[in-house]
Write a protein that binds this ligand. Structure first.
Ligand SMILES: C[S@@+](CC[C@H](N)C(=O)[O-])C[C@H]1O[C@@H](n2cnc3c(N)ncnc32)[C@H](O)[C@@H]1O
Length: 265
């Protein structure tokens, strides 16, 4: 996202359509002061704001004529390549899906939606789906019971999926290694003086995260949703032409991301 996650809240988006994001800074700090005076937790405010935005988004989509025209056009297309939870990373040649998408850039396509609801795409209309650092932003049961099923539904037979999420196992391993003074330099650097236990908690529940995955869990839920050929991939490596060059390149991202590919039979 284009703003660092802070104690101020979840799903931080500086330049989004969210009414809160459009309030002047002075209003936002006044609101925060009132909220604090009521003795309420900032996380609650953040989640309320997010749910309010999602309600607004769904009503706007339901009422907007241009949105329904766009959806009708999309519904008629096949062999789509879908980029889930794109954030600021707009990929040309892909349908970039997000609830807070950035301003479209020429040559890129955006689909604004709340992915916790049914996606306005036809069954079997996509040949590939890529998602990086998105699924951890939704509750585990939403991913397991809804999102993976939607991915399965919209993929065509032999359609491929590549998912990248923070690797829980990596953080646990580095936590243990740090006790022996043997954690990786990149991890130490990312800790920026925070204790490894704080890092563990942050990766599970900070930055708007709900859940941290390991390969075993990801494989289990992908297979449960019907996918086959589930395999762990190294960052930057893939068997599928369509995913070549897709992973983010910065070394810390690569060290801490679990990439998994699977096929819709
Ligand atoms: C950490 S960002 C990932 C951005 C990008 N993929 C990356 O790797 O930098 C997570 C994204 O999930 C999006 N998101 C969160 N909840 C969502 C929802 N219910 N529907 C659609 N997108 C959602 C947020 O707007 C945000 O852009």
């Amino acid at each position: 996202m284009n703003e660092k996650a802070t104690a101020e809240g979840l799903h931080q988006v500086k330049a989004s359509w969210s009414p809160y994001a459009r309030l002047p800074q002075s209003w936002r700090s006044r609101l925060r002061k009132w909220w604090d005076r009521l003795g309420l937790n900032r996380d609650v405010a953040s989640r309320l704001r997010y749910e309010g935005d999602m309600m607004l988004l769904r009503s706007r989509c339901a009422l907007s004529r241009s949105y329904s025209l766009e959806i009708n056009r999309l519904a008629g297309r096949r062999h789509l390549r879908l980029h889930l939870g794109c954030g600021q990373a707009l990929l040309p040649g892909w349908i970039n899906m997000d609830c807070y998408p950035p301003t479209p850039v020429q040559g890129t396509e955006i689909l604004m939606l709340d992915m916790r609801r049914r996606w306005p795409l036809a069954d079997g209309s996509a040949s590939a789906l890529f998602s990086e650092h998105f699924l951890e932003h939704l509750p585990f049961e939403t991913v397991r019971g809804h999102v993976l099923r939607e991915i399965y539904r919209v993929l065509e037979p032999e359609g491929q999926v590549r998912i990248g999420v923070p690797d829980g196992e990596y953080f646990v391993e580095q936590y243990v290694a740090s006790k022996r003074g043997a954690a990786e330099a990149l991890y130490e650097q990312a800790c920026q003086g925070k204790s490894p236990m704080v890092m563990l908690n942050e990766i599970a529940h900070g930055h708007g995260h709900y859940f941290v995955y390991d390969f075993e869990t990801m494989r289990q839920i992908l297979e449960e949703a019907g996918f086959t050929g589930v395999r762990r991939m190294s960052p930057g490596s893939t068997d599928a032409e369509v995913f070549k060059g897709m992973d983010r390149k910065d070394p810390w991202r690569r060290a801490m991301t679990l990439y998994v590919e699977a096929v819709r039979p």
